[in-house]
Design a protein around this ligand. Structure first.
Ligand SMILES: [Cu+2]
Length: 688
């Protein structure tokens, strides 16, 4: 507890918070705690369903035999909250006693009648629209509840408690300042009077941490830094005499899990900073890309397992950890699993962090300038996505997972966005399977060695999907006893970064598609049993609940910026008594990387962030005569640039909101460019 004394003191001065050394007397919520410890029934009271994050509902009114008769029960639009190209609607709604609570990508919270969809109250976060430290879309992955309050973490790095009845702010605690690179996108976890919150900023040179707050008052009870200070456990995995670990990232992207019997809280830790430059941080770099267990009451370290040593590929552990009980070789075992961006599921014994199914350290390719780790932990069983990149013209080198790179681009698969990214992975005790969403995509990785500046991007390189390369997905049932594929569906779109799924005692796996479809599959076989077009990118994990004896399935449909699905502000619910039919399909996400849209002939003014689509060039494609000067103007809210997609090419440099720079094109040719902090933004200039 209070391991990093210096940092604690300075934070205390900055925010004037009372840091309490001992857990104060807490009024806990016995009913919520009981629901959190039990299998999920009629209420869905925390993001992952209960303390295990297994997203398994015991409801079975809707099952494999009747799911085909499902119809929309109600659909509600959330008054334009989070509607726009910069947002993702990734939250699972919570439901308690017939009231639904849902949060949008703008951190606005709505309470709805869970039976009718009628809005009961609204909380508008009012967060600044100029927050420039959001790396990967404006997202909020969900809420927590307890003690008559609803809890959320915001992109401005505040944890907020709302009165459950009115939506009025009960307390608000700054964990850090967004100007220093911090933000919160994960759903907090409430348990036993404590709120556990992670923090993001792995692309901004932050020092990651898990923060425990008193649920009643918002006081910070303890914090555990994911990066060790000098002399602390794990500091031996950083170069001695340096302070690189103090800006080493290691964010927490998702909700922890708790085992109340073992008294441990578990969570996944993200990539190292700078992401793509390991040259100055020789060593394994704990606790980047790890699963960590702490004493749930005190925050004391219990164990860790590092999935990727000395990460260079942005291979975060970003999906929520899942607790499950199983029998292996006739012995009951307590398991924990996490789906990595590497494409593997890591299955461990949650009492001690040791591999449960088998994970072996194996030698990997080396690049001395990047100080690569000699070995990496390779799980037994199957990966859910291909782990080798195919050769693409224009690139000299293509490699498999853990192929290192330096200053000329190397193609590697999985890309740094997965495998499995933020999407949750449910576990069914009926089938013994995990349901794992995956992204199939190649990235060209390159190191460039940018220096650290407080509050600025600090990635030390980049990764971009090569122009013309294909992007798709997989949805896989992995047997928890063997880590082998039980069945696998190929999907037309990437699904590892948003959606995720939920599984039921009715034998159904429920999930959304980025093209707007909501699907029900047979959990045993993967066979599709139901499909319904919601009209917006259906890229959030569904939930299951019951009101007045009627079972409902709910899913937020509002798109996902990282997956390129169509934005919106809808919550859809389905039931066997439903009357509503499907909507028209929205535009589908791209399946081939590169700029899209018509070629604007003669256009020499390019706007960045126009038309409510923050991460875009408009027009994205233009044809001009050689000798033309093209202007790039940032009309969005946050800094962008336009940078040639080639080594040592032209760049506008960072453009603040309202700024314009020009580039003259003298030579005929086809010029592709990206925004370097947002490499999924593509543009093209054709010079004749
Ligand atoms: Cu940008």
């Amino acid at each position: 507890m209070l391991r990093q004394a210096c940092r604690t003191v300075s934070t205390l001065i900055v925010f004037g918070l009372l840091i309490v050394a001992h857990t104060p007397a807490r009024a806990t919520d016995a009913e919520i705690d009981r629901l959190l410890r039990s299998p999920v029934g009629k209420d869905w009271v925390t993001n992952g369903g209960n303390l295990t994050n297994n997203r398994y509902s015991t409801l079975k009114q809707i099952d494999t035999t009747n799911v085909g008769k499902l119809k929309g029960a109600w659909m509600t639009r959330l008054k334009g909250s989070g509607v726009g190209g910069k947002y993702s609607f990734e939250a699972s709604p919570l439901v308690k006693d017939g009231v639904m609570y849902v949060v949008t990508g703008n951190d606005d919270v709505f309470a709805l009648n869970a039976k009718t969809g009628e809005i009961i109250w609204e909380y508008w976060s009012g967060i600044e629209q100029t927050i420039s430290t959001v790396c990967c879309g404006w997202a909020n992955r969900g809420l927590a509840m307890g003690e008559g309050q609803i809890y959320l973490g915001q992109l401005d790095a505040n944890v907020v408690a709302l009165d459950m009845k009115t939506g009025k702010v009960a307390w608000k605690t700054p964990i850090e300042k967004w100007q220093n690179g911090y933000g919160i996108t994960s759903a907090p976890l409430y348990y036993d009077g404590v709120i556990y919150s992670g923090i993001t900023g792995g692309e901004y040179g932050v020092r990651g941490r898990l923060t425990a707050l008193n649920a009643k008052t918002g006081e910070i009870v303890w914090r555990w830094f994911t990066l060790p200070g000098p002399g602390e456990k794990g500091s031996e995995t950083w170069p001695p005499g340096t302070d690189h670990s103090m800006r080493g990232g290691a964010a927490i992207w998702n909700t922890p899990a708790v085992d109340p019997e073992l008294g441990l809280v578990y969570f996944a830790v993200g990539n190292c900073g700078p992401d793509y430059d390991g040259s100055m941080r020789e060593g394994d770099n704990l606790f980047c890309t790890s699963i960590v267990a702490l004493n749930a009451k005190t925050g004391e370290y219990a164990w860790h397992f590092q999935q990727v040593h000395h990460d260079l590929w942005d291979y975060d552990a970003a999906s929520p950890v899942v607790l499950f009980d199983t029998v292996i070789n006739g012995e009951p075992r307590k398991g924990i699993a996490e789906a990595g961006r590497t494409g593997w599921v890591y299955i461990l014994d949650r009492t001690n962090g040791k591999p449960l199914v088998g994970i072996e350290e194996k030698p990997v390719p080396q690049e001395p300038r990047q100080k690569t780790a000699a070995t990496q932990p390779i799980p037994a069983g199957d990966a859910i996505v291909p782990q080798c990149a195919e050769k693409i013209p224009g690139y000299d080198e293509a490699g498999c997972i853990y192929t290192p790179f330096w200053e000329s681009p190397v193609l590697v698969q999985p890309s740094g966005i997965g495998g499995t990214n933020w999407s949750p992975m449910p576990y069914s005790p009926d089938t013994g399977y995990f349901y794992v969403p995956g992204t199939v995509r190649t990235s060209a990785f390159v190191r460039n060695g940018t220096k650290y500046t407080n509050g600025q991007r600090y990635t030390g390189g980049g990764q971009t999907a090569p122009i013309g390369s294909t992007m798709s997905g997989t949805f896989t049932a992995i047997d928890a006893r063997t880590n082998k594929i039980a069945w696998q569906n190929k999907t037309p779109y990437r699904i590892g970064g948003g959606g995720g799924s939920t599984v039921t005692a009715g034998g159904l796996v429920l999930r959304g598609e980025p093209d707007g479809n909501f699907l029900a599959l047979d959990a045993k076989t993967g066979q599709e049993l139901f499909r319904f077009q919601t009209g917006f990118g259906a890229d959030a994990p569904p939930v299951v609940y019951e009101v007045d004896g009627e079972e409902f399935i709910a899913i937020a449909a509002g798109g996902n910026q990282m997956q390129g699905s169509a934005y919106g502000d809808a919550v859809w619910t389905f039931s066997l008594k439903g009357q509503l039919g499907p909507l028209w399909p929205p535009p589908a996400p791209q399946t081939i990387a590169g700029p899209t849209g018509p070629i604007a002939v003669g256009a020499n003014e390019i706007k960045i962030g126009a038309n409510n689509t923050e991460y875009s060039f408009s027009p994205a494609r233009t044809r001009i005569k050689s000798g033309t000067t093209v202007s790039f103007s940032n009309v969005g809210d946050i800094p962008h640039d336009a940078s040639a997609l080639q080594q040592n090419g032209w760049s506008t440099g960072a453009l603040a909101k309202g700024e314009t720079k020009t580039v003259k094109f003298d030579k005929p040719g086809i010029y592709y460019y990206i925004c370097s902090p947002h490499p999924w933004m593509y543009g093209q200039v054709i010079v004749e």
